[in-house]
Design a protein around this ligand. Structure first.
Ligand SMILES: [Zn+2]
Length: 213
């Protein structure tokens, strides 16, 4: 089972050896008691847990992000498009977590998946991921936009718009929501999200949809 090449993007950047977070402060959150969530670090932690699972199951993947640097989106997409051009088997998955704007922190909750606008094969991929999250992440809200006949939200995000392959962006819960941040920072939580990603990937491989854009 190796129909696709999974192009993995952990959103934003990590922390350098001298302790500097490489991403804008909007992509982190400090709770009242000092607990600090760094989205870029957590996105990487989830992919770090997914990688050995992919290796174990023989799923092909490539990383389009840097372990520490917050490389420009253009660079990530160029790398993905080059990889896709080789054999046109690529599917781009961008891993993020969500937050509400200043003044509304803590008011958002749940999981959402985004695709580019219009009907594309990305919608098919998003639906398979949604179904897997709904089945395995019952303790959290699954956010859906059913206005256009499927569950995913559609936005002009750069990595969705500029990738030449099917692409989805997953907002794994809200990191400015205490309960969700604690889950995301825990080993159990990270392992669970990585497992759901693996199961989603395996489901797509099994269903083997044609990737027409
Ligand atoms: Zn993000």
């Amino acid at each position: 089972m190796n129909n696709y090449k999974w192009l993995l993007d952990a959103g934003h950047g990590g922390i350098t050896n001298d302790g500097k977070y490489t991403t804008a402060p909007a992509k982190m959150h400090v709770f009242e008691d000092g607990l600090t969530f760094y989205e870029g670090v957590n996105n990487r932690a989830i992919v770090d847990r997914l990688i050995p699972m992919l290796k174990d199951t023989g799923i092909e993947y490539e990383l389009v992000y840097d372990q520490v640097l917050d490389t420009p989106l253009r660079q990530r997409v160029e790398k993905a498009n080059k990889l896709y051009d080789v054999d046109r088997r690529g599917i781009y998955v961008s891993i993020h977590s969500d937050a509400m704007p200043d003044g509304a922190h803590g008011k958002g909750s749940g999981l959402s998946i985004y695709t580019s606008k219009g009907k594309t094969s990305s919608d098919l991929i998003a639906t398979i991921f949604y179904d897997t999250y709904a089945e395995h992440l019952k303790e959290f809200r699954i956010r859906k936009d059913l206005s256009d006949g499927d569950a995913d939200f559609e936005e002009d995000f750069y990595v969705l718009r500029k990738t030449s392959c099917p692409a989805i962006l997953i907002e794994n819960l809200f990191f400015d929501n205490r309960r969700e941040a604690e889950f995301l920072m825990s080993e159990v939580g990270q392992q669970k999200i990585a497992k759901i990603l693996l199961l989603s990937i395996l489901a797509v491989e099994r269903m083997h949809p044609a990737l027409t854009l």
